[in-house]
Design a protein around this ligand. Structure first.
Ligand SMILES: CC/C=C\C=C\CC(=O)SCCNC(=O)CCNC(=O)[C@H](O)C(C)(C)COP(=O)(O)OP(=O)(O)OC[C@H]1O[C@@H](n2cnc3c(N)ncnc32)[C@H](O)[C@@H]1OP(=O)(O)O
Length: 279
């Protein structure tokens, strides 16, 4: 079984293939410093090619999912310090853009890892937190959870995925624009109503149990079927229906030839559970 060691993340993988990733900077309310988002990118990039991982539960420690970007680091770290303070605006801007792209890539690794990610949100989920959960597959919240697209309150437009992914998740343009322009607090009940989260639970322990249950169900299925489904859902979201269908036909020309289909069909006819080898 693979082992993952990080500074800001606790990672474990069950024998069934459910990886658990806990963001762990509770003293700073899990604010995202460079180390945290870099490790998220590294971890989920590794999951993509780790056959031991079939599904993922992402959570965060303490009373809040995340207070957003680490504002203390933002005032003193790479965001505030150009590598050459005397360089002109184009030269400074070039490297600033690369920084933002690197940050985007790290969060997009969650979407691109092919294994479904179930995220549990308790307490606040601010700024980069909304970017992150928008890149996940299934969102579960506690009753005390709330969401804020907080970027306008720190003088910027959200730039790590919220403005691209949230409208496609929620499908209510007026609501999305309202919460992105006002940075208002969206309580869990409202998040459930608009479809940002799929269920709301009384406590973090209840939400974690529900998430592990969903991830366990996914992990027991054919990994070929599961990675194909995630990959094709994401592709189809970003393309026309015709393009999605064409690509799906091509993809499944390979995937239909796994042993998993025969195993699944025979097990289903015999009313017996099936076991599928790892990818
Ligand atoms: C290239 C750019 C990429 C990404 C950009 C993302 C943008 C964003 O994420 S925008 C959102 C930024 N975050 C915020 O504006 C939230 C700031 N924090 C707060 O408003 C409050 O802390 C709170 C979240 C409402 C919680 O309040 P409270 O319950 O009263 O706790 P505190 O005592 O304030 O905080 C406890 C402890 O955590 C530290 N902390 C809180 N937030 C951050 C943060 N964002 N960055 C760094 N540290 C944070 C706070 O300083 C306290 O630590 P002490 O050591 O006790 O001071």
């Amino acid at each position: 079984m693979s082992s993952y060691k990080f500074e800001c993340l606790n990672v474990s993988i069950s024998p069934e293939g459910v990886a658990r990733v806990e963001i762990s900077r509770p003293e700073a309310l899990n604010a995202f410093n460079t180390q945290t988002w870099t490790e998220i990118g590294q971890c989920f990039t590794r999951f993509k090619s780790d056959g031991d991982v079939r599904s993922v539960v992402l959570s965060a420690s303490g009373r809040m999912f995340t207070a957003g970007l680490d504002l203390k680091e933002a005032m003193t770290g790479p965001l505030s310090k150009p590598r050459d303070p005397d360089a002109d605006v184009a030269r400074k801007g070039y490297y600033h853009r690369l920084f933002i792209l690197g940050f985007q890539e790290a969060i997009s690794a969650v979407e691109l890892c092919d294994k479904p990610v179930v995220v549990v949100v308790q307490g606040g989920c601010l700024g980069i937190g909304v970017d992150l959960i928008s890149a996940c597959d299934v969102r579960i919240a506690t009753e005390d959870a709330y969401f804020m697209v907080k970027e306008v309150d720190i003088g910027m437009a959200a730039d790590i995925g919220t403005l691209q992914r949230l409208p496609k998740i929620v499908g209510n343009d007026s609501w999305v624009r309202e919460v992105c322009y006002t940075a208002r607090k969206v309580p869990a009940k409202e998040a459930r109503f608009v479809g940002l989260v799929s269920s709301v639970h009384a406590t973090t322990a209840d939400a974690m149990r529900a998430a592990v249950d969903i991830a366990g169900t996914i992990a027991a299925k054919s990994p070929v079927a599961i990675v194909s489904t995630k990959h094709l859902l994401n592709y189809s979201r970003d393309h026309s229906v015709r393009e999605g269908l064409e690509y799906t036909a091509l993809w499944n020309t390979l995937a239909h030839n796994s042993h998993d289909m025969a195993t699944a069909i025979v097990s289903s006819l015999r009313k017996q559970p099936a076991h599928f080898p790892k990818l």
